[in-house]
Design a protein around this ligand. Sequence first.
Ligand SMILES: Cc1cc2nc3c(=O)[nH]c(=O)nc-3n(C[C@H](O)[C@H](O)[C@H](O)COP(=O)(O)OP(=O)(O)OC[C@H]3O[C@@H](n4cnc5c(N)ncnc54)[C@H](O)[C@@H]3O)c2cc1C
Length: 715
Amino acid sequence: MSQSRLVVLAAVAALIAAFFAFDLGRYFSFELFRSQQAAIDAYYRARPLASAGIFFAIYVAVTGLSLPGAALMTLVAGAIFGLLWGTVMVSFASSIGATLAFLASRLVFRDSIQRRFGDNLKAIDAGVEKDGAFYLFALRLVPAFPFFVINLVMGLTPIRTRTFYWVSQLGMLAGTLVYVNAGTQIARLESPGGILSPGLIISFTLLGIFPLIAKWIVEAVRAQRVYARWPRPGRFEQNVVVIGAGSAGLVSAYIAAAVKAKVALIEKHRMGGDCLNTGCVPSKALIKSARLLSQIRRAAEFGIKSASADFDFADVMERVQRVIRAVEPHDSAERYAALGVQCIEGEAKITSPWTVEVKSAQSTRTLTTRAIVIAAGARPFVPPIPGIEEVGYVTSDTVWELRRLPKRLLVLGGGPIGCELTQCFARFGSQVAQVEMLPRLLIREDPEISAMVLKRFREEGINVLLSHKAKEFRIENGEKILVCEHGGSDVRIAFDQLLCAVGRIANTRGYGLEELGIPVAKTRTVETNEYLQTIYPNIYACGDVAGPYQFTHTASHQAWYAAVNALFGGFRKFKADYSVIPWATFTDPEVARVGLNETEAKEKSIAYEVTTYALDDLDRAIADGEAHGVVKVLTRPGTDRILGVTLVGEHAGDLIVEYIAAMRHGIGLNKILGTIHIYPTLAEANKYAAGAWKRAHAPGKVLGWVERYHAWMRG
Ligand SMILES: Cc1cc2nc3c(=O)[nH]c(=O)nc-3n(C[C@H](O)[C@H](O)[C@H](O)COP(=O)(O)OP(=O)(O)OC[C@H]3O[C@@H](n4cnc5c(N)ncnc54)[C@H](O)[C@@H]3O)c2cc1C
C-alpha cells in the first residue's frame, strides 16, 4: 500500500477509534439534545454563523468518517435552523461528507479489490459505467441501504467523483427535506399532548411513507427510460395478450377472462402446449401401458399361474394419441372462447411494449394491448456432440411419432424425462442403455433416493451408465455407436435409436425479445423480477420460459401472478411465492418431493433432523406387493415444523400432497399424527413417519416418572 494511502487509512482509523474510545456517541442522543435545546437555541441566536459552521463541520466529519448519528443530526438541523436553512446545510454537508467517505474508500481499497476480484467485478463495473448515475440516484432516493454503505461501495466502482457528488445531493434532497421537516416539528413539541399535533402526525406520516413514494418514483423513472423509444398507442384493443397456449398461457388467459378483462391468447402450434401434446399427458399414458406390462410379468407373484401380454407397440402409441385427444377439449380453443378468451392461431411477435403482431397462413395483424404475458415455453436441448445429426435422434417432442419399438435404445440423460422414458421402453422390451454424465440418476434428489431408482432400473435389466460423458457419435459399418468417456477411457455403445433427454431450454428467440432488449438470464430463461415483470413493467413472463422450475403446476402457479399483476399491478402487485414447490418423477418407484432435501439443507447450512419411515413395513404396501420405498422427512431441530419431504414408492406423487398442504399451511408432524388416516391405505405411511418422529422426541424423563406412577398404582 502506498504511503498516501497508509496516511489516509491511519488518520481515518484514528478518528473513528477516538470517537468510540471517548464515547462521543453519547452526544448524539435525542434526550441530550432536548435537555440542552434551550442553551443551543440561545447560542444560535447569539452567534448564528458560528453555530452553523460548527454544525456543518460536525456533520461533514460524522458522514465522512461513516460514524453513526447523521439521521439524528438531520432532525436536529430542522429543530435548530428551521426547514429552509436546515435542509440547505444538511444537503451540502451530507453530500460533502459522503463524497469524502467515497474518496477514502476509493483511495484505500479500490486498487486492491480490483486486483483480487477484477474479473468478477467486470460486469458490475460495466453496468455502473453505463447506468451508475441512475443506480446511485435510486439508492439515494430509497433509503433501503445504509447511507455509509453506499458511500463506501460506490468508492469501489468506476463512477466519477463529480457524478457521485451531484447525484448524491439530488437523490438525497427529498429525504433530507422530509427528515428536516420532522425535526422542525419535534422542536415544537412542548408536552406529551403535542405528540398528537397535526403537524407532527403529518411529518411522521411523511417519514413513514417516504420510502414507498421514493420507490414508486424510481420505478416510474426506470419505466420512463425503457419506454422512451416506443410510441404508445392512444387506446388499446386488449387488456392483455398472452403468447403461447401451454399450461402457463392457458391459465393466464383463463384468469384474465374470469375477471372480465379483454384477453387474446395466441398459439402458433397446438393448444395445450407441451404438457398436453408432448409432455405430461403422453408420458403418463405411456407409463400406464408399460406398468401394466410389468405387472402382467409379475402375475405369479400375485398367485396367478400364467399371464402374458401380446401387444403391438404401434397400438400403445395410438392409445397415447387417443388419451391426448380425450384430454384435448380441456385446453381447446372452443372451451377458452366460451370462457371469454379470444383464441388466435398464429405466430406472435412483440413489436413494441404495447403491440403484438400475429402472423398466420392467411394474414398478419397487429394487436394493441396494455399488457403482455409471455408464456412461450421451452424445447428439448440437443447438445452439439459431434456426429449427433448424422446418427439422428428423437426428443420428447418427437418420440411420440415412433410406431416401431427400437431394438436397442440409447437414452442420453438421467433426469426425470430420461428416467421415465427409459423405464417405459425397457418394459416394452427395448434393450435400453441410459447414459448419464453425472454420478447419479435424478441428481436433484438425495443420493440414497437416486440409488433406489437405480437399483430398480438395474433389476429390470436397464444398462445404466453413470459418470459417462458422451463424446462422439459414429456410424461404423452401418451401426450407430456412441463413444463415451468414463474414468479416463473410452466406452463404446452400439444402438439403433437415440433418445436425447438432456434438458430443456426456454424459447427466447424470434418473437421480439431481442428487438425490445428484454434480457435473457444466465439460466437462459427470460429475466424477470419477483413480480414476473421483464424490464418493461407491462410485459410479464411465466412458465418454462421464465423458470426457475419446469413443471405444469409451477407454470400455472406463476400464471396467476403474471395475470393478476398484469391486470391489477397498478393497485397492488404480488411477488411469486416459491416457498412450497412440489414435484414428482413418475418412474417405478415414484419419487416425489416438496421443500428441502438433505443435500440442499447441507448446502444451505440449514439445521435439520431426519426422520424416515420405510414402506416395506406398511400393511397396504405389503398387501399390494409394493412393499418398498421410504418417507423421509426433514424437520427443524427441536420442533415438528416440516422443512421438506421426499417420498419414494407406489403413488408417491399422490401421497405427498398431505405434506404439501401441511407445509403450505404451517401444520407440523404432531397434527399429521393426530389426523385419522384410513386403514389400510398407503397414506398411513405419512402418519407413521410422523409417529417415528414423535417416538424419537418422546419426553424420556416424564415417561420415567409415569412409569414410577404406574408401579406405585400397582402397589
Ligand atoms: C416428456 C415430458 C414429461 C413431462 N412430465 C411432466 C409432469 O409429469 N408433470 C409436470 O408438472 N410437468 C411435466 N413436464 C413439463 C411440462 O410439460 C412443462 O413444464 C409445461 O408444459 C410448461 O408449460 P408452459 O406453458 O410454460 O410451456 P409450453 O407448454 O411449452 O407452452 C408454450 C406454448 O407457446 C407456444 N409458442 C411459443 N412461441 C410462440 C409464438 N411466438 N407465438 C405463438 N405461440 C408460441 C408454443 O407453441 C407452445 O404451445 C413434462 C415435460 C416433458 C417434455
